[in-house]
Ligand binder design. Structure first.
Ligand SMILES: Nc1ncnc2c1ncn2[C@@H]1O[C@H](COP(=O)(O)OP(=O)(O)OP(=O)(O)O)[C@@H](O)[C@H]1O
Length: 460
């Protein structure tokens, strides 16, 4: 195995005039939709009506750059589009929109030798090494396969060095073994050796240790770190585990329902999250708690439907900072009471059927007047008679659907007033540069709550 930086693809020509010198991968407006409901009748009726066919919006227009030698994390709950992004980055999926530039060239345009060169340079390590390895291939055949495909010389010695780098040694002792004869950790080491043997510049590691025993994780993570450092690779780590990403990544993107809602330097994001979703996600990290000493934000409800995505901000149906409609002028307490009541109605989790109990539970400290008061009165009486659908329609229609959060998609917005190239996609930060809805809370928190968040990777 040679030093992959020696024949780095980054020495090639740059077609895209926007490319910064150290950008290896640039993602622009990337979109991947998967068709669903392709029944003939449904498709026909939709085409007659001039409607778009139903589709899962796995990725819905994301932008980010990966610099040479950088480690970039993509985090978010299950189903937010992380794996699909990784599959597009390595051209295992073709996007339905947007572009991915590798070394300045759109990978969609690659064919022949250029495509082969790209496939050599961009490798993916999957979550489940047992599934990603061919059970009928020996260790040697598994690692040599990419060298054979790309007709690379000195195959045996390269295989040996790749296995030794992955600490499967002596390498020859592993050559004739099959994946089922290896432990989970050894299988993932084998997958890493296979990815490395071809001298890539760029690796996507999708939940590389989540299937492994906790006792094996630290070893594989330290191998991945050594791989990145020694070969100067650019790596995208995909994980739902923020502590792992904190440990491994220079920069971080937080995804929600196919969109990036916040990105920037990892440490800044973990210790000082700005988007309400990032904040809730970090607060949901069980142990260790990076939010010690800070007001905790609970994630309300569940991730929405990726086929019928909500208008405006994707997170608004769960957002604890939903902005009140401009036609009202609620105080913070009043709006908090209305929003909390609305979420409980949406989730159908009000047990009482007694109007005064419901009022006491949600509006003990606030009394609303005028039109808003009338709406709330009507909704309380609907809830008391068990008519939740009507209550939900009225409350959500008047208070959530009228919010800017439901009516405009917030762009990923650069916050020059926050240190470290932070970008946030939230209406809260759009109107006034410098406005921070969490400022009061931040002022009261201890200096370094983040220090409490020792990586679970470390703990492993
Ligand atoms: N081949 C496919 N066909 C249809 N829908 C798909 C396909 N692959 C993914 N999806 C859907 O796209 C969305 C994003 O999936 P993806 O696997 O990228 O999310 P993820 O964040 O990686 O989730 P997880 O952490 O569970 O792997 C989900 O709603 C998923 O069901």
């Amino acid at each position: 195995m040679t030093d992959p930086t020696a024949n780095s693809a980054t020495n090639g020509a740059t077609d895209n005039p926007n490319d910064a010198d150290d950008t290896l991968v640039r993602v622009e407006g990337l979109e991947k939709h998967f068709p669903v409901g392709t029944g003939l009748v449904s498709s026909f009726m939709k085409s007659v009506r001039g409607e778009e066919p139903d589709a899962v919006h796995a990725i819905d227009g994301i932008d980010f750059d990966l610099r040479e030698g950088e480690t970039f994390g993509i985090a978010g709950e299950s189903g937010c589009g992380k794996t699909t992004t990784g599959m597009c980055l390595t051209k295992l999926y073709d996007p339905t929109g947007g572009s991915i530039y590798y070394d300045g060239e759109d990978i969609a345009d690659k064919s022949g030798a250029a495509l082969s060169n790209f496939r050599q340079n961009a490798q993916m390590i999957f979550q489940d090494p047992f599934e990603s390895l061919n059970p009928r291939m020996t260790v040697y055949d598994t690692v040599v396969e990419p060298l054979r495909i790309h007709d690379v010389p000195n195959q045996r010695s390269r295989v040996r060095r790749a296995l030794e780098f992955a600490e499967l040694e002596p390498a020859e002792a592993y050559f004739d073994r099959y994946p089922h004869e290896l432990s989970g950790g050894q299988r993932q080491r084998l997958a890493i050796a296979r990815a490395l043997v071809i001298d890539p510049d760029f690796i996507v590691a999708d939940e590389p240790v989540s299937m492994l025993d906790v006792s094996l994780r630290a070893g594989v993570l330290s191998l991945l770190e050594r791989m990145t450092d020694e070969f100067g690779l650019s790596v995208v780590y995909i994980s739902h585990d923020l502590s792992l990403l904190r440990h491994m990544c220079d920069r971080l993107a937080i995804m929600y329902m196919g969109k990036i809602v916040e990105q920037g330097p990892t440490e800044e994001i973990i210790t000082n999250p700005k988007h309400p979703y990032t904040r809730a996600l970090i607060d949901a990290v069980p142990v260790p708690d990076p939010t010690a000493g800070r007001e905790r934000v609970e994630l309300e409800g569940e991730v929405g439907d990726a086929v019928n995505v909500p208008s405006g901000c994707r997170f608004r149906k769960r957002c604890p900072k939903l902005i009140q409609p401009s036609e009202y002028d609620f105080s913070t307490d009043e709006w908090t009471a209305v929003r909390t009541f609305m979420r409980s109605v949406q989730l159908r989790n009000i047990e009482s059927r007694d109007e005064s109990n419901i009022r006491e539970e949600f509006f003990a400290d606030t009394s609303l007047n005028g039109e808003a008061g009338n709406i709330v009165d009507e909704v309380i009486s609907l809830v008391a008679s068990g008519e939740f659908d009507e209550a939900d329609d009225l409350l959500t229609g008047r208070f959530e659907e009228e919010s800017v959060c439901a009516n405009a998609l917030p762009p990923l917005h650069e916050r020059t007033d926050i240190e470290g190239e932070r970008e946030v996609a939230c209406h809260l930060y759009e109107s006034t540069e410098g406005y921070d809805p969490y400022a009061e809370i931040e002022e009261t928190k201890p200096d370094d709550h983040g220090a409490a968040a020792e990586s679970s990777a470390d703990a492993d």
